[in-house]
Design a protein around this ligand. Structure first.
Ligand code: COA
Length: 256
């Protein structure tokens, strides 16, 4: 277990809270593992009828811990846990509500594509700058993001690293409501509790009809193979070193 994920259960709702605010809730392998295990147990626990994913502090998550990425890139570190977490959330049958208080980078944004209701702060910034890190989109976002917000917006997010504000996320269909920061978690909790009182069988069946889990999983597997290769590329190593050294990366020294 890790102290960086807090799990609480109340009135049929399981809350998974990212709790590493000093690192902008960047997700470590231990955090992914804890979040995945919580989802797995929620899947089988009949008393849990909805899940809420939120965060402490004013960031949702700065995405995958870049130190962990650097370890994988240089052949150190354990088995990456992002993939199993993403696959679990992608196939999760019960409704998931997200409360996004601020920045949501990388998987912080792509996991929202697997949440059923999303509440963001007015000041939130959603970004998925995979190309800036010499990586490729994950969590089936290469398919779900263009379908949701349109190809050119999605490409600008992935390739230029353009971020999407809270109100823009609502306009693009990535979020339900943009709210003042202190109203985000209460709104998400209230929605999750409302869902927990609905007929669970109907909710699960509705979600299943609305999402093609098989196609989503197949795309995740495709992305994951390329992502794994990219992680070990010279370009990615340069991106991770640049972050650690607080400098801009120079990709021009590499050819494709
Ligand atoms: N992995 C590991 N540590 C991270 C992190 C990440 N993804 N994102 C932020 N942190 C750490 C910083 O290193 C810093 O640690 P320190 O205080 O020990 O130096 C701390 O969190 C605060 O981050 P900082 O960069 O000072 O905050 P900021 O408000 O200026 O910027 C971000 C916030 C998210 C814009 C910036 O940290 C960033 O770009 N992070 C990388 C995001 C990313 O590329 N994620 C992977 C996506 S696939």
């Amino acid at each position: 277990m890790t102290e960086h994920i807090k799990i609480e259960q109340q009135d049929g709702v399981l809350e998974i809270i990212f709790s590493r605010p000093d690192k902008k809730n960047a997700l470590t392998n231990d955090m992914y593992r804890a979040a995945r295990e919580a989802l797995e147990s929620a899947r089988h626990d009949k008393s849990i009828r909805a899940v809420l994913i939120g965060a402490e502090g004013n960031a949702f998550t700065a995405g995958n811990d870049l130190g962990d990425f650097a370890n994988v890139s240089s052949g150190k570190g354990g088995e990456p846990q992002a993939g199993p977490f993403i696959q679990t959330i992608g196939q999760f049958e019960k409704p998931i509500v997200a409360a996004v208080p601020g920045i949501a980078v990388g998987v912080g944004t792509t996991m929202l594509l697997h949440c059923d209701l999303v509440y963001v702060a007015d000041t939130a910034k959603l970004s998925a700058p995979f190309v800036n890190l010499a990586l490729v989109p994950e969590a089936a976002s290469s398919m779900l993001m263009p379908a949701r917000i349109g190809y050119v917006k999605a490409f600008a997010a992935f390739a230029l690293g353009e971020s999407i504000s809270g109100p823009e996320a609502v306009a693009l269909g990535l979020a339900n409501k943009a709210l003042p920061l202190d109203e985000v978690l209460p709104a998400a909790r209230s929605a999750a509790q409302t869902l927990a009182k609905k007929p669970a069988g109907s909710l699960v069946a509705t979600k299943k009809l609305m999402r093609d889990a098989e196609t989503i999983l197949a795309r995740m597997k495709q992305e994951s193979a390329i992502f794994g290769e990219r992680l070990k590329s010279d370009e990615a190593r340069e991106a991770f070193s640049a972050f650690a050294e607080r400098r801009q990366p120079d990709f021009t020294k590499f050819t494709s």
